[in-house]
Design a protein around this ligand. Structure first.
Ligand code: AMP
Length: 558
């Protein structure tokens, strides 16, 4: 066998510290602005940030944290959190971001499962930490992201982040690491069972940052001022804390206030051009714009993902406010970016209606992700925009196995996402459901997301969820659960009539129920499992009619 001829380029490892080092050296004066828990707006530069991240690394090393150990964060988007993003993996430890909106028991499970050595927390979470500390005896210290004067009164003994950092001089060189070493640990939301950990590597994080920055992805640049609304405790804020220093974009962190007014004011004050978040947050922002009669003066594009972006929201942003919406799909197990709805030149020559339909889908994959849809028999399904199948992915920033789990989740080398989708001739992905949420009516599948999108386009509907309801003849039929917009009214019949001509007749829900609110997960997604439980005994009017023909309805014993 002949020896392969190796390339003769530098073998520089792809480490996350190199991203911040690049920004500090080449965009040293670019600002990072944060609305703080303390109530003021803090501003400093990438140069300052790198120095303090190095001081943090020195402080953690002085506390005895070893490379490979996990240091957790329970924090909002802010400059100290960013320092933890770099100061921890920068010396080889792992930054473990925890979602504070999870139930305390789940958080305790996660801290113990990850075996976190220290936990850095924003003082808003002081009560939560007091509740967690007794359940997490292996944590060696709880570090409040505050100076000594702002330490909250707590039962748990805590350290002051600022005191620890101030004790170090920042005279520290990021060590060279193996790029396959772990960088970040993110747990899934755990809607069923315990959350599972996705352990990213330096290499996967840096490659993902490159991918995320591409023109047909997040398209970030040194001319942007970017405000990630998506939390840094949820899948690394979709990679923005890495893509921003890579491209030299200014960063603006909103802290804990994510209401429409707070976000709008910060966007205007900091000339924000670019933002990213889940649909629920944008609902609040759009409501505020409407009520206050104000417009954006600098925001020109925003990424919406995490759950399906309702077409009505896409239209409002684009048609009323001139803001380009980039619909994105991904997941914790994918670092998270998979697809984005940017059009090719040819697609942008099509009719406005056709273009809109494409943008409503989740879009085209990035280089670095490959995808396919498969049927129940595991065979590939056609990319015709019609065939629904289980979506599988693979690539250098896709999970290989879960943290501290031996069994591989992969099927033939692909990761099954648990999403159901179509892919069309344009290679555009359209997520129709989570596999466990899809409605199986008479052997055919109905997309609950499509049904919800129609409902949300009705002016009287604030939020809608479509779930499967037992049916004697069809096994399952769609039930629509709706929250009305304040001061608006609509009847069941009016809503059902609203579907005429918008979806196939047999997709129209069999019933509508109005509720005051819908249950959400810790990451703002509809909690359909809980809804299905709540409506387990709901009897569809159509089921009553059909029951006469089929006495085994609704799980009646045989
Ligand atoms: P998470 O790991 O918490 O980020 O959740 C990932 C899941 O959110 C995906 O597997 C999808 O089910 C859902 N999701 C993310 N983005 C979208 C989107 N644009 N449209 C529909 N579902 C989405």
């Amino acid at each position: 066998m002949t020896t392969p001829l190796l390339g003769q380029m530098m073998d520089v490892p792809l480490t996350v510290s190199s991203l911040l080092a690049h920004a500090a050296r080449h965009f040293g004066d670019t600002e990072i602005v944060s609305r703080r828990i303390e109530g003021d707006v803090h501003r400093y530069t990438y140069r300052d940030c790198e120095k303090r991240a190095k001081q943090l690394a020195q402080a953690l090393i002085a506390l005895g944290v070893e490379p490979g150990e996990r240091v957790a964060t329970l924090a909002w988007n802010g400059y100290r959190h960013l320092e933890a993003y770099y100061g921890t993996p920068g010396f080889g430890a792992v930054c473990h971001t925890i979602n504070p909106r999870l139930f305390p028991d789940q958080i305790a499970y996660i801290v113990n499962h990850a075996d976190d050595a220290y936990v850095l927390f924003d003082t808003t979470f002081a009560a939560l930490v007091d509740c967690l500390a007794p359940q997490c005896p292996k944590v060696r210290g709880w570090i409040a992201l505050a100076d000594a004067a702002h330490l909250p009164k707590m039962q748990t003994p805590v350290l002051s982040y600022e005191t620890l950092v101030a004790a170090q001089d920042g005279n520290y060189a990021w060590p060279p690491l193996d790029e396959r070493q772990a960088s970040y640990l993110c747990y899934t939301s755990g809607t069923t069972g315990n959350p599972k950990g996705a352990l990213y590597s330096h290499r996967s994080t840096v490659l993902h940052a490159f991918g995320a920055s591409l023109p047909d992805a997040m398209s970030l640049s040194a001319r942007d001022s970017v405000l990630p609304v998506v939390p840094m405790f949820h899948v690394n804020a979709w990679g923005i804390p890495h893509a921003a220093p890579l491209t030299g974009a200014k960063l603006v962190f909103p802290g804990k206030d994510l209401d429409g007014k707070s976000l709008y004011e910060l966007m205007e004050n900091e000339r924000v051009t670019y933002s990213a978040g889940v649909p629920t947050v944008w609902l609040g922002l759009l409501n505020y714009l409407r009520e206050a009669g104000v417009r954006f003066s600098s925001l020109n594009r925003t990424v919406i993902g995490g759950s399906a972006c309702p077409p009505a929201m896409l239209r409002t942003f684009q048609d009323e406010y001139g803001v380009e919406v980039i619909h994105a799909w991904g997941m914790t197990e994918m670092s998270p970016l998979g697809t984005l709805s940017k059009l090719t030149w040819e697609q942008s020559q099509r009719s406005p209606d056709e273009q809109r339909k494409l943008r409503e889908k989740q879009g085209h994959v990035l280089y670095g992700v490959d995808m396919k849809i498969v049927g129940d028999d595991g065979r590939d399904l056609p990319w015709d925009g019609v065939a629904f199948g289980d979506l599988h992915v693979r690539g250098p920033w896709v999970i290989d196995r879960y943290f501290r789990k031996d069994d591989s989740p992969l099927v033939d080398g692909w990761f099954p996402t648990g999403d159901v989708a179509t892919i069309d001739q344009d290679s555009f992905l359209h997520i129709t459901d989570r596999s466990k949420d899809v409605i199986k009516s008479g052997g055919e599948w109905i997309s609950s997301i499509d049904i919800e999108n129609v409902a949300i386009a009705h002016p009287a509907v604030a939020e809608a969820a479509c779930i499967a309801c037992a049916h004697p003849k069809w096994t399952e039929r769609p039930l629509l659960v709706v929250v009305k917009r304040a001061a608006f009214d609509v009847t069941r019949e009016e809503l059902l009539a609203f579907y005429d001509g918008k979806v196939a007749k047999w997709w129209i829900p069999d019933d509508v129920v109005f509720v005051d609110e819908l249950p959400h997960t810790a990451t703002g997604k509809l909690q359909k499992l809980k809804l299905r439980d709540l409506f387990r005994d709901h009897v569809l009017p159509s089921a009553l009619a059909d029951e006469k023909d089929c006495p085994l309805a609704r799980g009646n014993p045989v």
